[in-house]
Design a binder for this molecule. Structure first.
Ligand SMILES: [Fe+2]
Length: 317
């Protein structure tokens, strides 16, 4: 049987420097040595791990963490894992707070400039009840306290042609910044809905204006935010996900214009094209959408890019 220690000694003897003599090693010799072990049949895995090793090693050479700092980093990751539960994913939160989730979103959702930009899904999506177009989605105490609002727009392709049969999934926090899953006062499915568009591609629903809210700060990610002097707030928003035949699905937000946290969203998800005013509604709008008393109205059109098969002309009519 081969002694692994002996094998390692032979491997190092073949032109590389043994471990423990880092001061003798060329700056990137260790990186090359580790990269030489990135093998296997999965080409994409080799690309990802190879890139990760290359960048992590460069990070260490650049920042020169002490061994104590390294152990603190490992402890932080262990505690991040331990903070995860069925209802809470502290690692996703860490990814969000470092802008990594938004970076992954950006590289995966490029398209025509007229397409509505995507934005991260966030941790609060859950299956929503189908509702008739125009329904009230606020069914909890927020309807008595909050600012009533109608959110409306059209779902079209990138040339402005309406998309019939598009399914719009919406979810939002209430007037105190809580989702139904965080708040015993809200019925299940509150401030959530699935709508299906008709031939005009129009959508509209009645609700209350959502409030800005903090991400959870009672775990290791909260510690990190405090250590960095960062606030945990997300600007007020409604989440939207749209699916339509022949088109790329879109997950995005509409953010309330004027929110004080638009320029410093803790999750780095704001894009200019996703900001819309919640403006005082007028009489015409009140009649059109069946609103009584003071209310706000937000208009947000959604333009979907054609699906890849349609883009190549394969299935486009
Ligand atoms: Fe949210």
């Amino acid at each position: 049987m081969t002694d692994p220690t002996e094998s390692a000694r032979h491997a190092f003897a073949e032109g590389t420097t043994p471990p423990g003599s880092g001061h003798d090693r060329e700056p990137d010799a260790l990186t090359r040595q580790v990269l030489s072990t990135v093998r296997g049949d999965d080409e994409r895995l080799r690309e990802l791990i190879g890139g990760l090793v290359t960048h992590l090693h460069a990070f260490v050479r650049e920042t020169r963490p002490s061994e104590d700092e390294w152990l603190r980093a490992v402890d932080f990751l262990v505690r991040t894992g331990r903070a995860c539960t069925e209802r809470r994913n502290e690692f996703i939160l860490l990814s969000d707070m470092l802008g990594l989730t938004s970076a992954v979103d950006d590289v995966n959702h490029t398209g025509p400039p007229t397409m509505t930009p995507s934005s991260v899904e966030g941790p609060f999506h859950s299956p929503a009840p189908p509702r008739p177009m125009g329904a009230w989605i606020a069914e909890g105490p927020e309807l008595r306290r909050g600012e009533r609002a109608v959110v409306h727009g059209r779902i079209t392709d990138c040339d402005g042609r309406p998309l019939a049969g598009a399914v719009l999934d919406v979810w939002q926090a209430n007037d105190t910044g809580l989702y139904d899953s965080q708040d015993d006062e809200q019925p299940d499915g509150n401030l959530r809905a699935l709508f299906t568009t008709g031939p005009d591609g129009a959508y509209w629903f009645r609700t209350v204006k959502p409030a800005s809210y903090p991400v959870p700060t009672d775990g290791p990610v909260g510690e990190l935010l405090r250590a960095l002097g960062r606030h945990p707030m997300r600007p007020a928003h409604v989440h939207l996900r749209v699916e339509a035949a022949g088109h790329r699905s879109l997950t995005t937000h509409v953010f309330a214009a004027g929110d004080p946290y638009l320029g410093s969203d803790a999750a780095f998800a704001v894009k200019d094209a996703l900001v819309a005013p919640f403006a005082p509604g007028d009489e015409d709008t009140a009649r059109r959408f069946g609103m009584d008393g003071p209310f706000l109205q937000a208009e947000f059109d959604i333009r979907l890019a054609a699906a890849p098969a349609a883009e190549t002309g394969g299935t486009r009519a």
